[in-house]
Design a binder for this molecule. Sequence first.
Ligand code: GLT
Ligand code: MN
Ligand code: MN
Length: 383
Amino acid sequence: MANDLYLPKAEHKFSFGLWTVGNRGRDPFGDAVRPGLSPVQIVEMLGEVGAWGVNFHDNDLVPIDATPQQRDQIVRDFRKACGENGIVVPMATVNLFYDPVFRDGAFTANDSDVRAYSLQKTMKAMDLGAELGAEIFVLWGGREGAETDACRRPDEAIKRFRDAINYLCDYNSAQGYGYRFALEAKPNEPRADIYFPTTGSYLAFIETLDNPDMVGVNPEVAHEHMPGLNMTHAVAQAWEMGKLFHIDLNDQVPGRYDQDLRFGSANIKAAFWLVKFLEDVGYENPRHFDAHAYRTEDYEGVKDFARGCMRTYLILKEKARRWNENKEIKRILDEISENDRKSNVGSAGDLLNKEFDRSKLASMGLQYEKLDQLTIDILLGAD
Ligand code: GLT
Ligand code: MN
Ligand code: MN
């Protein structure tokens, strides 16, 4: 019975990118360790492990040099495989980082032909995603950055990026696609510094667009952890602004290269607070795992990896339920909320004349040690 709780279902909206379970284990120091799978084979694998959705970059599905006929055949085969395996396409994205043409960035590149080509490639990727039912379009500006600031003024890059997003929003409206764009931040890698390093940077930027309502964010655990930030806080700010359009779940030890580890495999407690937040607020957009299996694995190991991402999420969801129902935790939270309610600031005049007993306010223990240990007890199964 308890095990059923941890089985993925469509209602959980668990999705994977073609590039995640299809990852062949290449890294900067070593070649592929797994044979390539076709998009159809990847969809079959996702059906087998119980996922709900598949996402793709344009070129994960259609090779960059495919003819229009080849493209149409690939789309037909892929659509059929999705139907046969009960898999939907919630999100699409565009690869603006792999081809050498993007060596100086895409929307922010100094060459206006590169910028125009990047827009054209993105529009075609939007056409492709819309054809397969995608409603969210992620934009990760992997090469929108610099190794040296001698190359351009960073504010010029921001202006170019804004022009590009405005242009794509207009295209979205003109085509009637109804996409919601989700901007994904990362501090560095593959460039030395990327222009919008944090989710907060994008949240501020979005308000400067012509159509801010069409654009939100896609925070990724690893990208917040790389610089040592708190993913749940980034997600909370996005949520509070109505901008949490999509999420990339994975794991990452701070201060290392981009590890894209199985969700919850490195920082269980951080993963717990994230899942608890998403469940408490009622997040209903896709739960996308942007991660890949260790390089030691064959495709059986890749399935273990994919099942593990979903299982850990569901275990943590159940832990969050236990946390919310724990009597001792509830009692402490009640006391905290009493302190929260006890005074109103009132008018500025009243407040200026009010007397506060600072030493009394500072003397009371807040019981956070106890709260945190109760959390640990739940996480370690000692509750
Ligand atoms: C790439 C990157 C991810 C992004 C993908 C979307 S591509 O794998 O590392 O974080 O989400 O472009
Ligand atoms: Mn990543
Ligand atoms: Mn990502």
